[in-house]
Design a protein around this ligand. Structure first.
Ligand code: NAD
Length: 498
């Protein structure tokens, strides 16, 4: 059996723990490897290594740091087929989708290559007579990232390229469900010339996360995952006096107005609801049909959901792969059972999907479509994280906006309309962090920042873009005067310009 280890100080590291966790190939349902889960001692050892590496890395000029990232970008491009196949083999998503997610991560590396410009401070001459003042951004120290299973390359790359570009060292604790891609990225960073100890990958479960939270030498924690764990990370990182950004779960709505181009809306919804088998934090899991278009929308969606091509992610022409694990498949299926019990109308029942020949043990589920979903139902309130789209009917625009604003999550939202007034009012009044207008998945580009509102993000700063630079640096403001020609006087009042 293949054993997946950690990557520490520029090489593979077994750690002292005997704990392991199984990694599956979701397409076949077979165990493909076992991953070592780090103990508290292992994590503390890695933090000590990253702390030591910080002393020299933080002093490397930003341009030299950027050059290593340029090389890393080239290596990702060169190895993108291999990296994509690793993602497919452990996550299950289809090849083109996996490749797209790698590209979105790569774009953050490209943004981080501009770090010399991004770290330029501000300078004011003569804030007082012969007194100058300037601000600089300095790295924090050892930063840690804890990431979910659904984007094993992209979500870690939201974090570490900028963190190390800013002069920090980094410890990544990826999901134990698909740890191989982050480890390969660590090898590529070393090949690109990153000094040992600057980027480390530690595999683990709650024990390793708790060890990162409580270690006083970890300065900042970036987390992406489910809301209960995001809240736990936020509270505990704050308790241990760390900077923290903790991105949580979602329930993303897509409002379809009566004047929308319905075919565009349906095409957008199909990709956004069923792409990556719905295992995306920006998946559209609720379609809000406004006014009299609901029946036509449901009828068009039904046809498309029935036509979804489902199979192993490496097969050509497949729209949707399996779910990540048997356990997750069971959870999603239990939500479909629940929706039926709650009284929603199950228009397309993905539970009946017949698994592809030769893949009978894979974690497949067909696309599911619910109509007449109501606000009080758990299938509406909770994140399912599978290929399940719920249609909620709203009488008018205001009812749709109020419904979304009452929801506990506020990650992403879209509106399909031809009316500029509705679109503008919507983007201004909706209490959601990322808004799409006739765009089904409004994931901001690397040079903007990604993050939700309400219980989809705990903390102050979103990831990547300038918010990312601010998160991974602390501001220092220096005020200076040179003594020549100045008479020495003591001043006991607050210094002012008067
Ligand atoms: P998860 O919360 O189960 O796990 C995320 C990370 O936390 C993993 O590394 C895991 O090992 C660790 N973890 C799990 N339980 C823990 C515990 N009790 N204590 C400490 N650490 C723990 O999430 P997941 O199932 O891997 O990913 C799916 C979730 O991630 C969904 O809710 C999805 O919406 C969310 N997500 C959010 C975003 C976003 O940008 N808001 C992006 C991607 C995924």
């Amino acid at each position: 059996m293949k054993i997946i280890e950690h990557f520490v100080n520029g090489k593979s590291f077994s750690g002292s723990s005997k704990k392991t966790s199984e990694v599956f190939n979701p397409a076949t349902g077979e165990v493909s490897a076992k991953v070592n889960l780090a103990s508290k001692k292992d994590v503390d050892d890695v933090v000590a290594i990253a702390t030591k590496a910080f002393v020299t890395w933080s002093q490397v000029p930003p341009l030299q740091r950027a050059r290593i990232l340029f090389k890393f970008k080239e290596l990702i491009e060169k190895n993108s087929d291999e990296l994509t196949k690793i993602i497919v083999s452990e996550h299950g998503k289809v090849y083109d989708d996996a490749r797209g997610s790698l590209t979105r991560g790569l774009e953050v590396v490209e943004f981080a290559c501009g770090i010399p410009h991004l770290l330029k401070g501000e300078f004011t001459e003569n804030v007082g007579t012969n007194v100058d003042s300037w601000s600089i951004r300095q790295p924090l120290g050892v930063c840690a990232g804890i990431t979910p299973f659904n984007f094993p390359a992209m979500v870690p790359m939201w974090m570490f390229p900028l963190a190390i570009a800013c002069g920090n060292t980094f410890i990544l604790k990826p999901s134990e469900k698909d740890p191989s891609c982050p480890l390969r990225l660590a090898e590529l960073l070393k090949e690109a010339g990153l000094p040992d100890g600057v980027f480390n990958v530690v595999n683990g479960d709650k024990e390793s996360v708790d060890a990162l939270l409580s270690n006083p030498n970890v300065s900042a924690i970036s987390f992406v995952g489910s809301t209960p764990i995001a809240k736990y990370i936020y509270e505990n990182a704050a308790k241990f006096e760390k900077r923290v950004q903790a991105l949580g779960g979602a329930k993303n709505h897509c409002v379809v107005m009566p004047d929308a181009d319905l075919d565009q809306a349906v095409a957008g919804l199909m990709g956004a609801a069923y792409g990556s088998a719905g295992e995306r934090c920006m998946a559209q899991s609720v379609a809000v049909a406004v006014g009299n278009i609901a029946d036509e929308l449901v009828s068009k969606l039904t046809k498309e959901v029935n036509n979804l091509r489902i199979g192993p992610g490496l097969d050509k022409g497949v729209d949707m792969g399996p779910l990540v694990t048997a356990q997750h498949l069971e959870k999603v299926t239990s939500y479909i059972d629940l929706g039926v019990k709650e009284g929603a109308k199950l228009v397309v029942d993905g539970r009946k999907f017949k698994k592809p020949q030769g893949y009978e043990k894979g974690f497949y589920l067909g696309g599911c479509l619910f109509d007449h979903v109501k606000e009080n139902m758990r299938i509406y309130k909770e994140e399912i994280f599978g290929p399940v789209l719920s249609v909620v009917r709203a009488k008018n625009f205001n009812e749709a906006v109020d419904l979304i604003n009452r929801h506990e999550f506020g990650n992403g939202v879209s509106i399909f309309t031809r009316d500029g007034d509705s679109a503008r009012t919507f983007s201004s009044h909706i209490k959601v962090g990322m808004v799409g207008i006739n765009i089904p998945i409004p994931v901001p580009m690397a040079f903007h920042s990604f993050g939700g509102w309400k219980r989809s993000l705990f903390g102050d700063q979103h990831v990547h873009g300038m918010e990312g630079v601010r998160f991974y640096t602390k501001l220092k403001t220096i005020t200076s005067r040179w003594p020549s020609g100045i008479k020495a006087t003591s001043n006991f009042t607050m210094p002012t310009m008067n």
